[in-house]
Design a protein around this ligand. Structure first.
Ligand SMILES: C[S@@+](CC[C@H](N)C(=O)[O-])C[C@H]1O[C@@H](n2cnc3c(N)ncnc32)[C@H](O)[C@@H]1O
Length: 432
């Protein structure tokens, strides 16, 4: 077999010896779609993952030299609760990278760079799942971010749990044949006998038919589910209350015809091959048999039809994602965070003193306090600092607040909060 690098055109070299970017070879010339305005000014104190601080906020304006009318490119995005942000680790300081790195959770031990989220990788590209707060014209407002101010953003993609979370993928158990291929379930509509449920769903924008929904997340469409992944704390009813597009209202609309006597109850869809109730372990509750599989037929309908092959594998299970223990378990328990009375006073003064610059990203003093707590509770120090400079003061800036704190055994204490020397301005990004 030819190796992949032997296929296709080779990168073309310019007279200076540089490799010309060409799509085919993957030498992509990137052009940031915008530069992030973030509540974090520096790497120090910026959460290591977006899930650490749900109050962290940012704004991204699509640059006019990418799209004449940036708002057009964001059309429809407001229907999603979360988005993937692809960005450049522009403050890595250098372009070098190593095959093995020391992620903070490994406490100094090494692992392969591709098993980590290290910013130092062959292509310094970051990937963050952020909550989409709102879309306004050509700008999106995000929360739960881990990128610093000025981060060049390469792309935005909607988060779709059905595609992006293994918990929403179903695997066949036992025998599996082509007819039952869950990736292309062919069902015959009772109305026209031709409907391909998968294609219809592609068109309707709601791909996973109820037949394949996980037991955990039964009747919701992707956008409603996303918030349950990492952001259980958020309660964004705004989006859930939106009327569902026609195509996602009922399985019948998607071409997934319920067989006679079969409601769209997911419990029924997950029945065993004989339409029998699943064992409690399998999670089924409904006892009604399924037509064509031992159930009474509806007159003038299924009696005249050939029994259809069950469009999905008889028994399915959800795919759980697996992560190593070092990712799941932090080396230390979350730190307790406390504020000295002086620091408490500083914080209130920062936001309430007349004439003072208030927060630019946080919506209240409480939110600012929560964000500071979240950042510190996850221990933002590097392994080196944690081990060798335990007594040193730690500084970081979030929004307009410059925080001074120290760490003790199992806790972090905020000592002082003052106005950041260079407050983060929410400015129009300058197109370069
Ligand atoms: C561990 S990375 C993870 C980023 C992303 N969630 C990912 O998995 O690709 C997050 C850290 O990158 C650093 N960082 C954030 N934005 C950056 C930027 N623009 N350039 C360099 N480092 C950055 C911060 O120190 C932050 O704590």
């Amino acid at each position: 077999m030819r190796r992949l690098q032997e296929l296709g055109p080779r990168p073309t070299a310019t007279p200076c010896g540089c490799v010309k970017p060409t799509l085919e070879t993957g030498n992509l010339l990137t052009e940031p779609i915008g530069y992030l305005e973030s509540c974090f000014t520096a790497k120090n104190g910026t959460p290591r993952q977006p899930s650490i601080c749900s109050h962290s906020r940012a704004c991204l304006r699509i640059r006019k030299n990418i799209f004449n009318n940036p708002a057009h490119s964001l059309m429809g995005l407001e229907q999603f609760s979360h988005v993937w942000i692809l960005f450049v680790f522009h403050k890595n300081g250098h372009l070098s990278y190593k095959a093995k790195v020391q992620p903070p959770r490994l406490n100094g031990a090494k692992t392969g760079v591709f098993s980590t989220r290290s910013p130092h990788r062959p292509n310094a590209i970051g990937l963050t799942l952020a909550k989409l707060e709102k879309v306004e014209g050509g700008a999106i407002y995000l929360s739960g971010i881990d990128m610093i101010h000025g981060t060049p953003v390469l792309d935005i993609k909607p988060y779709i749990a059905d595609y992006d979370s293994p918990q929403n993928l179903m695997e066949p158990l036992g025998d599996f044949n082509l007819q039952n291929n869950p990736h292309k379930p062919k069902t015959v509509s009772q109305s026209d006998g031709k409907t391909n449920s998968y294609d219809q769903q592609q068109l309707s924008g709601c791909v996973t038919p109820q037949l394949y929904q996980s037991t955990k997340e039964k009747s919701k469409c992707p956008k409603d589910r996303a918030s349950e992944e990492n952001y259980l704390k958020h309660n964004d009813t705004r989006k859930i209350q939106q009327p569902l597009p026609k195509g996602r209202e009922r399985a019948t609309d998607l071409g997934v015809e319920p067989r006679s006597h079969q409601s769209l109850n997911v419990a029924e869809e997950q029945m065993g091959p004989h339409g029998l109730e699943k064992t409690p372990l399998e999670g089924g509750t409904n006892k009604r048999p399924v037509s064509g599989e031992g159930a009474p037929a509806v007159p003038g309908n299924s009696m005249e039809m050939q029994p259809l092959p069950h469009p999905c594998p008889a028994r399915t299970r959800t795919t759980d994602s697996i992560v190593p223990a070092w990712v799941r378990e932090a080396p230390e328990a979350p730190l307790q965070v406390r504020f000295t009375p002086h620091a408490e006073m500083d914080l209130w003064q920062l936001s309430s003193d007349p004439g003072q610059v208030s927060f630019r990203y946080f919506q209240s003093t409480e939110e600012a306090k929560c964000a500071i707590e979240a950042v510190l509770s996850a221990d933002p120090r590097s392994v080196y600092r944690r081990k060798l400079c335990q007594d040193r003061l730690f500084y970081f800036t979030v929004d307009t607040a410059h925080i001074t704190c120290w760490f003790g055994d199992g806790f972090a204490e905020v000592l002082r909060i003052k106005l950041a020397p260079e407050p983060v301005h929410k400015t129009e990004p300058v197109d370069l």
